[in-house]
Design a protein around this ligand. Structure first.
Ligand SMILES: NC(=O)c1ccc[n+]([C@@H]2O[C@H](COP(=O)([O-])OP(=O)(O)OC[C@H]3O[C@@H](n4cnc5c(N)ncnc54)[C@H](O)[C@@H]3O)[C@@H](O)[C@H]2O)c1
Ligand SMILES: [Zn+2]
Length: 346
């Protein structure tokens, strides 16, 4: 498949068509919303940006936070759409972070068997990761993203200026995924990030991340061949840590930062990762104010249990995307539990 990259947009081609990821001012993103749009957003984004939403477009607000990715909230949005007689000619517009994007996207995927939706990601994590790739989902008490679909958006409008109101901790949270792209695929990006701290260069950095994600998503739209799975560097340990700590103590990016440090250790331990790489990973993440260790790492049995039950595990054997050196990675699915235990304990 081909990918066209222009200065202002990246075209992502998928099995049902294609969509453009465009870099715009927020006001331009609003101007481009199709007629019949219905906005879904959260209370924080509404407070910060609601005044700049396109006038006259109905807005459905959900409470901020992961708790909104639930069946009850999903049901409430569906009810609101049907009460307002929204039909198949409408377009759902998700303005917010990954929570709003995943919830609104799943609503769009299922309301009347699917209506179009547009992503306007406002958190760094959503701009570099969740808004592109077509994965939409809600959680159940038994698992995160347990109900979902592959449902590509019509368009993704990225207005980097929305990051100006993003709380610092949420910014660092998104940067964890940015560093991850560098570690697995782009040593040059790691260099840029190390030099500049990247806040001034954030627009270019966001574009680069989307280019990298788009290339993997196009090569493996439905996450089946392992190409897309390399995005999981740091996530096997990170997801386990999130689960064991009850999804409260750590933000996703923070858990992934700890996971990347541990998985770099793991790679070095089994001889796959060049010596010294784990030190580099830790130094980079620490410079971003991200954690590289956590007290819950001592709960090795619970963590290993969680890894064995992870969606990505095959027959109870956890899979890892490990870096061979900064900028390159490899999927590995035959790592012994003793090695995992050893790096968690260290
Ligand atoms: N679909 C995918 O491929 C994919 C990939 C990665 C993560 N995710 C999902 O994304 C979610 C996490 O996304 P997130 O980190 O964006 O969380 P989030 O949506 O909860 O946003 C984080 C916080 O920042 C606030 N916020 C967002 N934009 C803001 C802005 N411009 N100004 C002020 N406040 C703002 C939100 O209200 C929230 O409090 C998780 O549910 C995760 O499962 C999905
Ligand atoms: Zn992630």
């Amino acid at each position: 498949m081909t990918r066209q990259v222009t200065r202002d947009k990246i075209r992502v081609i998928h099995s049902l068509g294609a969509y453009d990821v465009q870099y715009l001012r927020f006001s331009e993103a609003m101007e481009r919303l199709p007629d019949g749009s219905v906005i879904v957003t959260d209370e924080n984004v509404w407070s910060a940006w609601g005044g700049a939403f396109r006038a006259g477009v109905p807005v459905y607000r959900v409470p901020a936070g992961e708790g909104s990715k639930c069946l009850e909230r999903y049901s409430a949005v569906i009810d609101a759409l049907s009460e307002a007689a929204v039909d198949r000619s409408a377009t759902i517009v998700a303005i917010g972070g990954g929570v709003v994007g995943d919830l609104a996207g799943f609503v769009a995927a299922t309301y009347m068997r699917g209506i179009p939706y547009v992503q306007v990601p406002t958190s760094l994590l959503a701009q570099v990761d969740s808004s592109v790739g077509g994965k939409v989902a809600i959680d159940t008490p038994r698992g995160k993203n347990l109900i979902g679909a592959f449902y590509p958006p019509q368009a993704v409008h990225i207005a980097c200026e929305t990051l100006d109101t993003l709380p610092e901790r949420q910014y660092a949270n998104g940067m964890a995924e940015v560093w991850k792209y560098g570690f697995i695929m782009d040593a040059g990006l790691v260099e840029v990030l190390s030099r500049s701290g990247a806040r001034d260069a954030i627009e270019g950095v966001v574009r680069r991340c989307i280019e990298l994600k788009a290339s993997l998503v196009q090569a493996d739209e439905f996450d089946r061949t392992g190409k897309r799975a390399v995005l999981n560097f740091g996530h096997t340990v990170g997801h386990a840590l999130e689960k064991v700590t009850g999804y409260e103590a750590l933000l996703h990016g923070e858990a992934v930062a700890v996971g990347m440090a541990i998985e770099a250790d793991l790679g070095e331990r089994i001889g796959l990762t060049a010596r010294g790489t784990a030190d580099t990973v830790r130094r980079c993440l620490a410079s971003q104010g991200l954690p590289t260790t956590h007290e819950a790492l001592s709960r090795t049995d619970a963590l290993i249990d969680a890894m064995r039950n992870d969606k990505k595990a095959l027959a109870g054997v956890p899979a890892f995307s490990l870096i061979t050196r900064v900028g390159e990675c490899k999927l590995v699915s035959d790592i012994g539990v003793d090695d995992v235990r050893a790096v968690l304990r260290a």
